[in-house]
Write a protein that binds this ligand. Structure first.
Ligand code: NAD
Length: 508
C-alpha cells in the first residue's frame, strides 16, 4: 500500500529569510578570490529532494574552469604571502573561519537540510557544529605543531665527519578535494582545513547534487581573510570537472571521498603521474549483536546505525548480524522503530526521516529493494511506494539474508537493512568479514572477552563497542580493504597533506 506524507507543496517557505536570500543569489565558482560563471555559461539545476522542484542553479564547470582554478592555486602556493606565512597566522585564519561557520551556523544548517534532504536538527548538530566547526578548530591547532625529528646515522661513510640529520614536514602542494553529497559542508571542511593548516592550497569540487553550502563557505573563506587563490571552489560534474581536476598536471595530491567505484578510477588516474592520493570510500558495515548485549541499547543503536541520514552514511550499519537467542527480539525491535519513523522534508520539525538526495539515488535504492524481494530475502517492514513527489523511501528491513545476495554484498546507501543470524564468535567474525569493504563495525556485548576478541578479529578501520556512527576530530578515520586508503581526522591527517624531507648536514 502506498504511504502518504504530510508535507507542504513547497519547502522554501520553511526557510528563514537569510538562507532564502542566499539561495536566490546567482551561484558562481570561487576562483582566485573572485566569483565567476562557468566559461561556457552552462549550469546544473539544484533540486529540492523533498519536492523534486528546481530551486536554484550552479555552474556546470569545464576543464577550462578547472585549469583556471588550479593555476590560481599553484600561483598562491608559490606566493610568499602564503608560502612564508607564519604557522600561527594560518592557525588564526582557520580559527576565524571556524568562528564564521559557527556564527552563520543556522543559515548553513537550513541550506544543507534543504539541499540534501537531511533533518535540520542533524544538520545543525552534526554537519555544522561537530563536522565543521569542531573539526576546523581541531585542525587549526595542528598548524603550529608540525614537526620533524632528529636522528643519528651509522653507515661507515659517516664515521670520518660529523653530521646533523633530521626530517622536516613540508606542504604537499596543490590539493584537489573531491567530495560526495551526504555531508557536503563537513566534507568540504575536512578537505580544506588540513590543507590550509599544512600550508597547501586547494581546489575543491563539491558534489553536483549538493554544492550550495560550499558556495556559502567560499564567502566565509574570503571574509576570514584567506589570501586569494589559496582556496578555490569549482562546481560541476564528476566525469567532466572532477576528471579534469584529477588529471591536471599541476595538482600534487587528490583527497577524495566518495564511492569505491569512482575511487578506483581516481586511483588509476592519480597513478599516471604518481600524485599523492587519499581515498575515503564506501562500506557495508556490520552491526554485530551478541546474546548478552543490553537489548534496549542494541535495538536503538542498530536502528540509528542504519536509519541515520536515511542510511546515506559511508559507515551505516547496513548488515545486522545477531546471535541466535537474541535474533527475534532485536530484529523485531528495530522493525518497530522503522515502522514509526515519520517521513517528511528535512526542514519540517515533525520529520524523523527525510528524503534521499536525488532521483538517481531513489532509483538505486528502490532497485535494491526490488532485488531483495527477487533474491528471496524476507521483507519484514518497508518497501512500499510513497505517494508524494520527492525522493522518499520507507525504512526497509530484510531478514534471512545470506552472503550470496547482492543486497548483502553491495553498498545500497539508503535506509535498507539486511539481517542474518550467527551461533558463535567464529561465525560472527566470518560473516562480518565476508565483504570487500572494511570501513567500520559495531559490536554489542557486555562480555569483556568477546569485546577484545572481536576488536582484534574484525577487519575494519573503526570498531565501535556498544555504540555506532561516532566520530571525533582526534580519532583517525579511514577504511581497510576496498573502503579506502589513508586516515583522515586525528594527527594522521597531517601525513596526508605533507611530504617528509630528510636532511643531512656535514658540519665537521
Ligand atoms: P561518487 O563517487 O559518485 O561521487 C563523489 C564525488 O566524486 C562527486 O563530487 C562526483 O562528482 C565526483 N566524481 C564522480 N566521478 C568522477 C570522476 N570520474 N573523476 C573525478 N571525480 C568524480 O559518490 P557519491 O554518490 O557522491 O557519495 C556516496 C559514496 O561516498 C558512498 O559510496 C559512500 O560510502 C561514500 N562516502 C565515504 C565516506 C568515507 O569517509 N569513507 C564518507 C562519505 C561518503
Amino acid at each position: 500500500m502506498p504511504v502518504s506524507i504530510q508535507a507542504p507543496a513547497s519547502t522554501l517557505e520553511l526557510l528563514d529569510a537569510t538562507p532564502r536570500q542566499f539561495l536566490d543569489q546567482e551561484h558562481r565558482n570561487f576562483i582566485d578570490g573572485e566569483w565567476m560563471n562557468a566559461s561556457n555559461g552552462a549550469t546544473i539545476d539544484v533540486i529540492d529532494p523533498a519536492t523534486a522542484h528546481v530551486i536554484s542553479a550552479i555552474p556546470d564547470s569545464t576543464a577550462e574552469d578547472i585549469d583556471h582554478a588550479v593555476q590560481a592555486a599553484r600561483r598562491a602556493f608559490e606566493n610568499p604571502e602564503w608560502r612564508d606565512m607564519i604557522p600561527a597566522r594560518r592557525e588564526k585564519l582557520l580559527l576565524d573561519l571556524a568562528d564564521l561557520i559557527e556564527k552563520n551556523g543556522e543559515e548553513l544548517a537550513q541550506l544543507e537540510s534543504l539541499d540534501n534532504g537531511k533533518m535540520l536538527h542533524f544538520a545543525r548538530a552534526i554537519d555544522v557544529k561537530a563536522g565543521s566547526v569542531a573539526f576546523a578548530r581541531y585542525v587549526a591547532g595542528w598548524a603550529t605543531k608540525l614537526e620533524g625529528s632528529t636522528f643519528q646515522v651509522s653507515m661507515p661513510e659517516f664515521q670520518q665527519n660529523k653530521f646533523q640529520t633530521y626530517t622536516r614536514r613540508e606542504p604537499v602542494g596543490v590539493v584537489a578535494g573531491i567530495v560526495p553529497w551526504n555531508f557536503p559542508l563537513a566534507m568540504a571542511v575536512w578537505k580544506i582545513t588540513p590543507a590550509l593548516a599544512t600550508g597547501c592550497t586547494v581546489v575543491l569540487k563539491p558534489a553536483e547534487e549538493t554544492s550550495i553550502t560550499a558556495m556559502r563557505l567560499a564567502q566565509l573563506i574570503k571574509e576570514a581573510g584567506v589570501p586569494d587563490g589559496v582556496v578555490n571552489i569549482v562546481t560541476g560534474r564528476g566525469e567532466t570537472a572532477g576528471d579534469a581536476l584529477v588529471k591536471h598536471s599541476l595538482v600534487d595530491k587528490i583527497a577524495f571521498t566518495g564511492s569505491t567505484e569512482v575511487g578506483k578510477i581516481i586511483g588509476k588516474n592519480a597513478a599516471e603521474d604518481i600524485k599523492r592520493v587519499s581515498l575515503e570510500l564506501g562500506g557495508k558495515s556490520p552491526t554485530i549483536v551478541f546474546d548478552d548485549a543490553n537489548m534496549e541499547e542494541a535495538i536503538l543503536g542498530a536502528a540509528n546505525a542504519i536509519f541515520f541520514n536515511q542510511g546515506q552514511v559511508c559507515c551505516a550499519g547496513s548488515r545486522l548480524i545477531v546471535q541466535r537467542k537474541a535474533y527475534e527480539q532485536i530484529v523485531e525491535g528495530v522493525a518497530n522503530i522503522a515502522k514509526t519513523l515519520r517521513l517528511g522534508p528535512g526542514l519540517a520539525e515533525t520529520t524523523q526521516m527525510g528524503p534521499l538526495v536525488s532521483q538517481a539515488q531513489f532509483d538505486r535504492v528502490s532497485g535494491y529493494i526490488s532485488l531483495g524481494r527477487e533474491e528471496g530475502a524476507e521483507l519484514i517492514t518497508g518497501g512500499s511506494t510513497i505517494d508524494h513527489s520527492g525522493y522518499y523511501v520507507e525504512p526497509t528491513i530484510f531478514a534471512n539474508t545470506h552472503h550470496d545476495m547482492q543486497i548483502v554484498k553491495e553498498e545500497i546507501f539508503g535506509p535498507v537493512l539486511c539481517c542474518s543470524m550467527f551461533d558463535d564468535i567464529d561465525e560472527a567474525v566470518a560473516i562480518a568479514n565476508d565483504t570487500t569493504f572494511g570501513l567500520a563495525a559495531s559490536v554489542w556485548t557486555e562480555n569483556v572477552r568477546t569485546t577484545h576478541q572481536m576488536i582484534e578479529r574484525v577487519t575494519a578501520g573503526t570498531v565501535w563497542v556498544n555504540c555506532h556512527n561516532l566520530l571525533d576530530p582526534n580519532m583517525p578515520w579511514g577504511g581497510f580493504k576496498q573502503s579506502g586508503y589513508g586516515r583522515e581526522l586525528g594527527k594522521t591527517v597531517i601525513d596526508l597533506y605533507t611530504e617528509l624531507k630528510s636532511v643531512c648536514i656535514k658540519y665537521k
